[in-house]
Design a binder for this molecule. Sequence first.
Ligand SMILES: *[C@@H]1O[C@H](CO)[C@@H](O)[C@H](O)[C@H]1NC(C)=O
Length: 327
Amino acid sequence: MDSHLGLFLLSVVLVFASGFSRNLPILSFEDGYSHLFGDGNLMVLKDGKSAHLTLDERTGSGFVSQDIYRHGFFSASIKLPADYTAGVVVAFYMSNGDMYEDNHDEIDFEFLGNIRGKNWRVQTNVYGNGSTSTGREERYGLWFDPSEDYHDYSILWTEKHIVFYVDDIPIREVKRNEEMGGDFPSKPMSLYATIWDGSSWATNGGKYKVNYKYAPFVARFSDFILHGCAVDPAEPSSSECDVSPYFVSLVNEEITPEQMEKMGSLRKKYLQYSYCYDRFRYKIPLPECEIVSQEADHLLRFDPVTFGGDHHRRGKRHRRSKGISAV
Ligand SMILES: *[C@@H]1O[C@H](CO)[C@@H](O)[C@H](O)[C@H]1NC(C)=O
């Protein structure tokens, strides 16, 4: 193939892969976020559009959105630390845990570091109204090395569903279901990004601890999109909020058949854990679960102990897949 044509095609693919197709405004750090913890380990770059979160022996670090939102589209482009990252957790998530101690909501992207030669894994999770004893975790491998380049990780949250995207490709949809009741997040939340030492559980249930010989661990964030219904924190239950015309179309957004197909083919290849298929944890799948036979077959091959359905034998083993909230 003509190399110019090749380059041209490559750049077309890159533009579509980078989430620009939504055409949403990208905020500077100062416009959307504030410092949360970690002093100098949170560094805003000179251009104001990127921030670095560092974990070293002293502390992790994090930032939080200035506003709280009910529903919307929230995204960041993230480049994860490279090399040996066992025990390191990078999280990009929504929560209202500081406002509702006993019945908080949460929507999580959690990146779990790994030993050298093994890739990062991504975990997603959802809690509603304090449903912390009901884990809804899924874990995935990625089809790229997330420490090599920036990739977009996005959360769409509406009244009808929650969709997790990687580079604008949906990897998980949680459809609201009557039976879920309050387990579907409903109260306004802040956006958070953090890096921290998850030695006690992050990599193979805590088998591999953070090794500070490889510190500092730096997670890079940019392309901040906070496009939601910003609610007055003094009246979090009020339905009034600032929205753009685009927000209205977001709220009604459905996953297109093309995206559905992409999601299906990624999931049957990269899914590593899903609570929907873990009969040891949930004898009957939770009400929002839609069982896909190809995913079940794939998980059985990937992890026959967890997904083999041989509960008697597995019962004697350590319950390594038990849900743990990372945040
Ligand atoms: C949420 O939790 C609160 C406090 O526990 C409870 O009063 C309320 O009924 C719950 N809401 C839903 C929708 O389950």
